[in-house]
Design a protein. Structure first.
Length: 260
């Protein structure tokens, strides 16, 4: 029998490892929204009596049976600094499907957010929350060197993780090329961009658009920048001042969602 190539074996091993991976969500908002999400594969629910009372009907409606525990001996394996509010839920990561299916143009001019090495879960969670508010189709990030789906990300997203697609792809540059082939205008944000966001927004209102944001400090990588069709800046009112990546995403989403 012919042996499989090493890259095929590695891909199959990664797929099996991903199928076994679980995430602990924590906090009342994150747990309540995950309990209500039919797409979630839920495994274990740990609650204090107070948290169970506050979640109310969300627990029986989910079909789960909670473990009611002593708040002084909370058994879920969370980081010591996690503000869990007496609620933790073990789940499998969400499967949002293929990039081509999520991004396919239609139903107006869709907006996407692409994250280039944004590894802080609090920034990623805040971006997911803004993406949901302003109607973005999806948030897309590379599988490596990005914030994974974690309890900290879910808590910052305040429930948006359950509804806002967060798709992690093998290679961000390849994903950008696919989006360009689907008719997307790829818009990078950079403090030294050639155009201002305010000036460019009206011309993008009828085009499928992907906002591309880099990590704070390094910014967009060379290939990422080269694949952008336009590089925009957000002007500050004074000589100094800048936005962190999650605030920049919110401003860009607001500006580019107008008129869509």
């Amino acid at each position: 029998m012919t042996e499989k190539p090493k890259w095929v074996v590695a891909k199959e091993q990664a797929r099996r490892a991903g199928a076994r991976e679980t995430v602990w969500l924590f906090g009342l908002h994150a747990v309540r929204d995950a309990l209500a999400n039919p797409m979630r594969d839920r495994l274990r629910l740990v609650l204090t009596k107070n948290a169970a009372d506050r979640l109310g009907a969300a627990v029986p409606e989910s079909g789960m049976t909670a473990e009611i525990v002593d708040p002084r001996k909370f058994p879920a394996p969370l980081d010591p600094g996690s503000v869990h509010q007496g609620a933790a839920l073990e789940v499998r990561p969400l499967d949002w499907g293929r990039l081509e299916d999520l991004a396919r143009p239609g139903g107006g001019a869709p907006l996407l957010v692409l994250l280039d090495r944004v590894t802080d879960p609090h920034n990623a969670g805040a971006i997911l929350r803004s993406a949901e508010v302003f109607g973005a189709r999806a948030v897309i990030a590379p599988a490596r060197h990005s914030a994974p789906e974690t309890g900290a990300l879910a808590k910052t997203a305040s429930g948006a993780l359950e509804r806002q697609p967060y798709l992690r792809v093998g290679n961000l540059g390849d994903a950008m090329e696919k989006l360009a082939g689907l008719g997307y205008t790829l818009v990078g944000l950079d403090g030294i961009g050639e155009e201002t966001l305010a000036d460019a927004a009206p011309s993008l209102a009828t085009s499928p658009t992907a906002i591309v944001l880099g990590a704070e400090g390094p910014g967009l990588r060379e290939r990422t920048r080269s694949l952008c069709h336009r590089i925009l800046r957000i002007d500050a009112a004074g000589s100094f001042g800048s936005l962190n990546v999650s605030n920049a995403a919110a401003v860009a989403l607001f500006a580019l969602s107008t008129g869509r």
